[in-house]
Ligand binder design. Structure first.
Ligand code: AMP
Length: 173
């Protein structure tokens, strides 16, 4: 079943979390079994050629997609998290995002040297978050083979910051 009939389940919320931001709220789609399955199946198809052997989810909605894609492809999941959440040895990177400044962390043993990693999140906006996640992966010796998103906001040109590997997005706005 294609994702197209379910696109109304992605809800636009104006001025969230700040004035001027049109937030793409995917929770209605996540709640709908056939829509979620169609999205995961399509993301798996879209990224199969990248031959990733580890899915990297960016906190927090990225976890949903990385986990489902890992299950679909028989690979594992690694986590990039906000500061203070990871318990073991970690590295941190600071970055700018569409609505603020933040930092992200990864366990130093989250990725094996040379492992082929696919970076995943729900939305690609300015690309700052995915760039930070990729920098963390590279810092600990992983190979970023691609970036995958449910939604890409084309007008923010986030791809420009992710020029080091293919960017695959299911939906473009
Ligand atoms: P960016 O770093 O600018 O690419 O922002 C991407 C991160 O912020 C992702 O984790 C998204 O979940 C979230 N995000 C940014 N802009 C939006 C938006 N317009 N709608 C929904 N999520 C967004």
């Amino acid at each position: 079943m294609p994702l197209q009939p379910h696109l109304h389940l992605i809800r636009d919320v104006a001025d969230f979390p700040k004035p001027g931001i049109l937030f793409k709220d995917i929770t209605p789609m996540l709640q709908h079994g056939p829509a979620l399955k169609a999205a995961i199946d399509a993301l798996a198809d879209l990224t199969a050629d990248l031959q990733a052997d580890l899915m990297l989810g960016v906190e927090s909605r990225g976890f949903l997609f990385a986990s489902a894609l890992a299950y679909a492809t028989g690979t594992g999941v690694a986590l990039v998290r906000k500061p203070g959440k990871l318990p073991a040895d970690k590295v941190r990177v600071h970055y700018g995002l569409e609505y603020g400044q933040d930092a992200l962390e990864i366990h130093t043993d989250a990725v094996k040297p040379g492992q082929r990693v696919l970076i995943m999140d729900d939305v690609l906006a300015t690309g700052g978050t995915a760039r930070a996640a990729a920098d963390l992966v590279q810092q600990i010796g992983g190979v970023v083979v691609g970036y995958a998103f449910l939604i890409e906001l084309d007008f923010l040109a986030g791809q420009q910051r992710l020029a080091d590997a293919p960017v695959r997005s299911l939906l473009h706005y």
